[in-house]
Structure formats: C-alpha cells, structure tokens
Design a protein around this ligand. Sequence first.
Ligand code: UDP
Ligand code: LCN
Length: 795
Amino acid sequence: MEELSDLLSVKHDAFYLLLRRYVAIDRAFLLRSDLWDEFQSFCAEVGSEGVCDPAFSRVISRMQEAAMDSPWLCVAMRPRIGRWRYIRFHVEAMEHEEIPVRDYLAFKERLVEGRDAGEDWVMEIDFGPFNRDFPRMVESRSIGRGVEFLNRRLSSQLFQEVGKGERWLLEFLRVHQIDGRQLMLGETIRDVPTLRRALRQAEDYLSGQSPEAEWDTVGQRLRSLGFEAGWGRTASRMRDTLHLLSDILEAPDPANLERFLGRIPMIFKLAIFSVHGYFGQANVLGRPDTGGQVVYILDQVQALEKEMRRRLDEQGLDITPRILVVSRLIPEAAGTACDQHLEHIVGTENAYILRVPFRSESGEVVPHWISRFEIWPYLERFTLEAEKEMLAELGGRPDLVIGNYSDGNLVATLMAQRLGITQCNIAHALEKPKYLFSDLYWRDNDDAYHFSCQFTADLISMNAADFIITSTYQEIAGREDTVGQYESYQTFTMPGLYRVLNGVNIFDPKFNIVSPGANENTYFPHTEKAHRLASLHAEIEDLILGGPREDARGVLKESDRPLVFTMARLDRIKNITGLVEWFARDEPLRSQANLLVIAGYVDASHSGDKEEAEQIGIMHELMDRYGLDDQVRWLGTRLDKPLAGELYRYIADRRGVFVQPALFEAFGLTVIEAMISGLPTFATRYGGPLEIIEHGVSGFHIDPNHGEEAARLIRNFLARAAENPEEWRHISDAGIERIKGRYTWSLYAERIMTLSRIYGFWKYITNLERDETRRYLEVIYGLQYRPLAAAIGRD
Ligand code: UDP
Ligand code: LCN
C-alpha cells in the first residue's frame, strides 16, 4: 500500500490514465498477465516521457487481478508472498480507498451474478476467529517450515511456566504402548522429580554396562527403576536417549526436543488413503486419473516402511511395522488388479493395498471405474466400510493416517476424527488453481467437474489436518509473481454458494515441504552403465523406431535424429496436444529432431474418459493436418516400470531431451525421472517444475502459452548440442545433481517420520486439536458438503 501511495503522490495522472486503459479493455476481470501486458504497451507509448520507472513497474507487478464495473475498478494486490490488500478505484473521480476482502468478493459476485445478487444474504466461511490465538509465522521465508517454527515457539512457551512442560512430557511418555505392552515409562514414575532421579540412576547403571548390552541384559534393572523398552537397542543408545531427556528437562531446546521425539516409538501402523483412479502396481499408469499419485505412494510406502523398521530397530523393538494403502475396489478392473481385496506391495515386508468397493444407494457394489470428479457421494459410506476393514486388518487403530488428493484427504479427515488419530494431508494436485475462474464461474463447470463439492472438501480437510506435506514451496505460497496453490484457497468466492474470507492460512505451521523422489532402482543416470538394462534395448528400439503397430501412430523416417520425448496422462491440462502443435509448426525443429509421445490410447474406443477421448481426437487431427506421421511416433501404450526407466536412459544415450508442456503441473514426477536419467528437461513454468529446475542451469522453463518460444528454445538447444556435445552434457549433469541433492525418498521418509512424531506430541500436549475448529468443520461438512455430494447422485 505504501508503494501505491508513493506512486500516486508522484504519478497520479499517469496511473489513472493506465487505469482508464484497463477499463477500456471492457472485460469484467483482468488477470495479472493482462494487467502487465497492458502496462507494457502503455509504457511503450508514453515511455519517452520517463513515466514507467521501476517503482511504477513494481506496483503493477503486485496487482494479481482486477474486477471492473466502470467507473469502479477493484484491484487485488499482493504486496508480498501470502499478503493481500484490496483497493477500489473510481477512475473518473480519480479516487481510491482500501476495502475489506468481503467488499472485494461481493464486488466480484455482483459482476458474475448481476447487480442485485450482491445484496442477498451470503454464507461466509471464515476460519480466522478459530485460529486467533494460535501461533503463526510472519515471514514468508518461514512458510513450509512449520515444524521448525512450532518446536522453537512451543518449546520455549511450554517450559516457561515452571513445571508445566515437564509434567506434560512425563504424561506423554507414559502413553506409549504396542499391543497392550507398555513402552518407555511404566507405572511407577508419576512425577517429574521421580523421573529425574530415575534418569540419573539409569544413566549411572548403564555406564557400568557393556555399550552393546541389550534389553534382555539390562532391562530388568531398568524396569525396576520405572523404565520400559523403547529407549534404544544397545545400552549406549539407551544412555544417549536418557541423556537427551535429562538435557530437555534441564533446559529445553528445539533441536534436542526434535531428536528426542524422533526416537520415541510412536508409529507402528500406518494407513494411507488414495481412493480414486486405478490404484495398482502394474498396468495402471497413464489410465485416466492414474498417474504420479500412484507412483508417489508406492515409492513412499517402501521408503516409509524401511524408515519405520530402522527406527524401531534402533530403539530395540522387534516389531514389524504395518502399512495399509486403502483404495477403491473396482470389480470391472480392466486388466488391472483393482478387483483384488488385498494385495501385497512389492518391495515391502508388510505393506498391503486394501481395496473397498463403492456402493450404490441400495448398497449394491458399483462395478465400474468412476471419474474422480464424480466420486463424492460414495465417500462417506466408503469411509465407514473401510474403517471396519482397516481396523480388522491392522488389528487396531493406525498411529497415523495420510490422505492423498481431495478425496483421500476427506476420507482421512472423517477417519481421523472418528478414531482420534494424527492426520497428515498430501494434495498432489489442487484442482482450484488449475482451471481459470474455477471458483467464480463454478456453475459453468459444476455438471462436469463438481468443483463446488471438491473445493468444500478441500477446505474441510485442509483445516482438519494436523499437518500438511507439500512437494515444493510454490505449492503453498507461489513466488513473488505467482500465487501458491494453497494460497488460492485463502480468499475466494463461489457466487450463489458461499464466500470464503479466510479459507486456509499459509502461515500456519502445519505446512511442511517434504519433496518426493524418483525410485532409485528404476530411475538412475544413463551413465551408470553397470546397472543398465541392456536386454531391453531391442524392445525399446522396436517401440520407438519400429514399424506400424496397433497401439502406435507414426513411423519415424529419419531414425538417427535426436528425440524430443514426452510422457503423460492424456488430459487437457497436460497439454500434450499443445506440444505436438508447437513441434508441427516449427519447421527447423521438425527437420532436426523427432517427437516421441507416450500418452493415452491411439484408439479412442479404448478410452473410458471423456477428456481423454477428446484429446485423442485432437492428436489424430493434428497428425493429419500437419502430416506428422514421418516425424512423430505416438505410443498409446503403458510401459512397465523397468522399461520406462530404461527408455529415459536410452533417449539420453541418443542425446535427446524431455519436454513437459503442461498448462499447469502441481509437481511433476516425470520431470525428476527425466532429469535423474540425464535428459535435459524443458518443463512448464506453471507449478512444481518452476522450483525443480533452475532455468538455464539444470534444465529450462517453458511457457505453455508461448509455444513458439518453447519450440525455439528446444531447437536452439539441440542445435548447440549437435555442434558441441558439452552443451548437452553440461545441462544433463546439472539435472542429475539437482535431483540427487534434493529429491530422494530416503530424505523424504526421514522427515515424515520425524514430523509425525512432533505433530503427534504437540497435538497431545497442547490444544492443537482445536475442538472449536472441528465443530465448525462438522457444520460445513453436514450443511454444505453433504447436500452438494448428494446432489451429484450415485450410479
Ligand atoms: N507414467 C507412465 N506412463 C504414462 C504416463 C505416466 O508410466 O503413460 C508415469 C510417469 O513415469 C510418472 C507418473 O506416471 O511416474 C506421472 O506422474 P506426474 O507427476 O508426472 O503426473 P501426474 O500423472 O501425477 O499428473
Ligand atoms: C499429481 C500430479 O498432478 C503431479 O504433478 C504430481 O507430481 C503427482 O501427483 C505426485 O504428487
């Protein structure tokens, strides 16, 4: 605001001249890019007069959106990441005032619904009052590092009041059990002085024992002092853990607290919910609604099980951790295992997929696949049935539930509330920011997408979760110039339904960035010759360079050219058809490289999804219109994992590149798979790839709205690489290093297991449970979500 006031004090007339140009565009809403582009042309015209200085540019660059009803123009400004202000200008009177968010949203509603609609009573959703006394971060650089903040803030607060923190910690240590067996502390230690005394005695006792001694040697004595198993496998580890606790009782500090909590045996059983799509281990990827989330979860489960085992082992507990991924059972499984009730997860000891069917209103099992946009009315009943089966399978409550995507997060919410369990959410992809005006013009899309239901579910589960894991910072808070995916739920309106004044607070310490990885056994650099799967090369060569096949279109004529490779589910947002068109229209690129597309099906009759079928039609139309059959190979086939991994490397051997042209990509697992394989990668600047790739260093960002530029960037790179192979190698190496340093499953599992303990601890000893919020969420669930879901109807 200060910047705006300063600007208006020196450039008042010029500023209003620009606003009048905005009004002249004569559209109800202008986006940031519209506002910026118009500013650029304004500057080009008045530039010689020195009007457009950096201060002016800065103010315009902060404008995210404008809503217009001449002579009024309302602007949403984002002066800093996560901070919003709303200004109303009268462009004729040349006056302005700051307005509350409510007025801004009401103004937009009037524009959408017509003049009078804004006068009606409107349901407002506001989580602000519930969180008033809750610790919040202030600096945008702290966003996504919630656990650090929480530990620092709460540990000092907790131990300030003499005796309080210590007592709670003691109580917390007494609640741990597994299958009726007490862990950590027994019955006899009931107050802090006794605990301190016992700690001293135990440390003294252990110092006289062999450092390698285990519980069966030292346990009897420790038990007589009031301790139970769980402090460590060896005497030296036990001592170390006891010592950590004495240090915390003496003078708590966040780092020690994190280390200590990280050792407490709290997580033995884990339930992960991933409901939509085909959740399977083979033959599923690339089917509608079935992509990265499945890959993510299967890799996550392996990594988490390993980490759970490691920690239990270090703490001296011979307990086998159990993990269940709960998904939907689809009787008409289309050649997948999705009709199996229980399936062991390969690469794990004790992790299973548990599948539970959807039911019609009369209780019949629904046999066919259902789009993720249509599944809302099934979820409540699914949750109840899944709960029974899960409890039976695990032999009791899980210690943590993890929800995935809007539907899985809603199920996790319902389950966590019913059973009183710590809940973690993972969005994978929030639909709201993917589609332009998906909130404002929700009615236009509701029949096809039911966003009214989905966004309501999102609001409920985001606010219910104890902690939220995101893959990148931008997923929460965007950047200086882009709005974060979660941030887009902060304030919005769905005219005629409800208005959200405070939907989610991205400064909430529940947000933590923990990035996924690419499975190291499947995806590794093409230069690691010893692990390469040379036996697959003939098959790969046939796939790419071979002749016609039923599941392919196009036969590459000049087979020695480098390949421009892309692979994705064939939905509109992935913009595969966009890439085909850029390639088709760029003659020099066409004469230099071939395009390899793995997506969807070549035969639309194989597709059960409307959007996919539509994209298949466009693919054929483009191939025909531009005569691409000699230069594009389109494979409508699902590759198994080893083959897919080797394919990336094979293309890297031939000095190809990978392109991810999505209109928006929440994270982008293919991007990290391609990069770790050594393929120079060109990926969309909208979403996760903006953060994964450092432009010009470890890959390139492309703007899917400027296809010509993207094609030029790819073509120039290939030309440079043809002249000087070092150019190619340079980017390839940097891409590999980028992924190795930041995106690995072992880092991921370590963080999740620490976070779940810490949030579990704070939830136990403070009011992080937020009963008031829970009650409010129940009202929203009952009075908003349920009727919306019921209106969709079941098959
Ligand atoms: N994938 C695949 N075959 C396909 C399409 C995708 O194996 O035809 C895999 C791909 O390797 C990646 C995942 O599915 O592991 C897609 O994840 P990403 O995050 O890129 O996109 P999503 O599909 O989740 O939107
Ligand atoms: C869903 C998406 O759309 C991708 O962007 C992610 O990479 C994937 O889930 C895994 O989180």
